[in-house]
Design a protein around this ligand. Sequence first.
Ligand code: GDP
Length: 500
Amino acid sequence: MSLMSVRRFLTAFSTTKPLFSCLYTTQNSTVETIFALSSGKGRAGVSVIRVSGPQVCTVLSQMITKKPISTIRPRTAYLRMISHPVSHEPLDNGVVMYFKGPHSFTGEDVAEFHVHGGTAVIRGVLSALSTFPRVRPAEAGEFTKRAFLNGKMDLTEAEGVADLIQAETEAQRKQALRQMNGALLTSYANWRERLLQAVAFLEAHIDFGEEEELEPDIIEKVKGMVSVVEHELLSHLNDHRKGERLRNGVSITIVGKPNVGKSSLLNFLCQRPAAIVSPLPGTTRDIIETALDLAGYPVLLSDTAGLRETADIVESEGVRRALRRAEEADLLILVIQADEIPLDGKLSGLMDDAGSKAALISFGLNAPQNQKVMVIVNKCDLLPEETAYSLAQSFPSASFISCTSAMGIDGFLEKLSNVVAELCGNPSVGEASLTQQRHRVNLEQCAQRLRRFWELMAIDDVTLCAHELQQALICIGKVTGKIRSEEILDVIFRDFCIGK
Ligand code: GDP
């Protein structure tokens, strides 16, 4: 078998249909037309109602009566009177746009009504739309689901759309936009292509291995392809969860003894009195959590009960919760009180990473090995200026601050932002990061299949090697949606909002 015939085989293999066929197609006359308010709920200057499906032209011709539908060109904005199709009562004067499938978001015919964003106007247009047969309100994420099913985007891009809508910070927006524009798909499609080639070569070797025209070093070629994919896949997986952290928010927990100023620090950072500040030790018992945008990165900041031995049952439950929350955090902020340092020589041992970790472990914290700790020395206003200065010189890795006078806060915020940026990575440069647990699970299974491939290759079992590569391809296919089930799609799209 020549390489030409291997390539023919390869083409046949790569066009193999997915396990579950497409549910919706624009040609399918059983497809219902869907509509929804696609802009946010509530009163607004303009609201957008989107309609998608085979009935779009009927809807337009009956609701826009001033000029015939034939005068409406796709992708052009028209100011038109929008009327009720049955009573012909005018509903609003709005902008109407038509996108002819497949050149639309969903791949179907789509219409958009840009109307005045009042409750009665929106309700009027939505109820007018529901009078058409086979036209119904859209379910959550149904427009994007149709775009996926009609081949306009893969699953990672669809998830990027949802993340872009959810994005609350600059860095999250950048990451989601890249993913929506196919950054993850590019890598995954590339691995898939190379593994497909490797499978085709192995199949050729199995079928025609004895024939002379088959390239002699075909197995070496396969090994080379698998090794490159495996290398890229593993470095994608070993990204210290930067992309997932950026998507979900960096979890930061403030810990320390009672009364050192943990609640004051949280309040200072979120610029509101989220936690009760009191001179009485042991006031914070439950975890107080607040979300912050720190230099464009999303942060979930938690204030916890002060760590100390106590006979009070409620307080000791608070300490237990504090320790558990601290164990789950991406970053710990250990707060120490400044005026205790010169008195207590032991405290100076806390200032570096190992010392602070050891102290936390002595409180009962089971901190993960690679967990980062930042040490904050608070209440520096209580020290003579020169003492505070010389301590800061001695322990450059710690931040010396005062929540009361705001001394040292700028420097601390800069250090904190740098640590958070390092934990999330720069979403604009380099390879796109893994962003979801769903991707990680499937890609880890893919990596396992590749490990198994090498074990089988070592014992020359080429047939089973091909099988493992096919299984690896299925794992990648599940991430991009080439291999899909309704169950998985339901889980993915139910988190979208209605109208998207
Ligand atoms: P927590 O128990 O660790 O959460 O500590 P709090 O934030 O409730 O603060 C305990 C006490 O220390 C309160 O009376 C605060 O006003 C006070 N405090 C907090 N930060 C500072 C600071 O930087 N300087 C001074 N002088 N007092 C502070």
